[in-house]
Design a protein around this ligand. Sequence first.
Ligand SMILES: Nc1ncnc2c1ncn2[C@@H]1O[C@H](COP(=O)(O)OP(=O)(O)OP(=O)(O)O)[C@@H](O)[C@H]1O
Ligand code: SF4
Ligand SMILES: [Mg+2]
Length: 346
Amino acid sequence: MPEPLLEVRDLIKHFPIRRGLFGREAGQVRAVDGVSFDVRQGEVLGLVGESGCGKTTTGRCILRLIEPDSGTVRFDGRDITRLPRRELRPLRRQMQVIFQDPYSSLNPRLTVGSMLGEALAIHGLARGAKARTRVAELLDLVGLSPDHARRYPHEFSGGQRQRIGVARALAVEPRLIVADEPVSALDVSIQAQIVNLLQELQRKMGLTYLFVAHDLSVVEHISDRVAVMVLGRIVELAGAEALYRAPRHPYTLSLLSAIPVPDPERRRSRIVLKGDVPSPAHPPTGCHFHPRCPIARERCSREEPALREVAPGHVSACHFAEELAEPGVLTRAPAVASQAPPVPPG
Ligand SMILES: Nc1ncnc2c1ncn2[C@@H]1O[C@H](COP(=O)(O)OP(=O)(O)OP(=O)(O)O)[C@@H](O)[C@H]1O
Ligand code: SF4
Ligand SMILES: [Mg+2]
């Protein structure tokens, strides 16, 4: 098995909630609340969860765009959590990010060629004619034409802008890419094109991705393994095939049930969760998912479930993970879950 390129252990990041004229601290948002996982060399790890569960904060802590409160991040065997900025700089090149909104992450005053050229120059990779050749190569790599180097970001469509975002990340020859919802802002028709491009580049260049999405369907085909988050914690992590075929956490099951499946043999009953998403400023006691869980019991509000191995390489943080092997266990809990209306034929 390949070595981990990225090792995240017990990562915690809480944000203070400030109130009043003097900014008195009135509580804390527990954005990331003890997250651990590895991303192996050449692997794509999908990180999925609903809005506000802490995906972006996790990614930003890994890249040290924000400082975690505690926990460690090791990159290529080296603890980078407390590395001084100066020593972090050469590693920064190896860890790049692709943002959700390609437009706001591109400088509107620079042509694409100048922007990519600048990235190459800052890291001492190429200048002058050599840089121009490299820019043309990069544009070709992401499915744009060399002529596009003379244009400004506003002259491109959303999908093309995200291709530029990908070219900028690749310009500095990184090893790890944190892709933070890279297709969420794009039209559905364009999303698959960008995911396919990212997958092709990953294979061709042996890249490692942490691929963040709020929807399991986006990461299904690109991920080797998938981690699912609820309110600052990972609740399930497994190989993609096992997670989609035999999920062992009720939240993952509810996410999967929302994906339309054309094959009637594989179709699941829709599990509609009741109640609002609790605030990470006041997470529920015990299992963070218990107020919305279709099979929650008394123990769930009392005792926090540990992330434990339920099958080889498959971890789940649910006291009753084993029960989920039984088909239909969630949809038979009518007090909390409900079936979606039947899908009309055809
Ligand atoms: N700089 C900040 N100051 C205060 N609270 C923050 C800050 N950044 C994030 N948060 C809060 O931390 C929680 C996690 O936010 P985060 O952006 O990591 O979630 P996310 O999973 O990426 O959500 P989304 O799917 O909407 O992008 C949220 O409640 C958010 O409001
Ligand atoms: S521990 Fe309890 S509340 Fe949490 S997911 Fe499992 S059954 Fe549901
Ligand atoms: Mg986010």
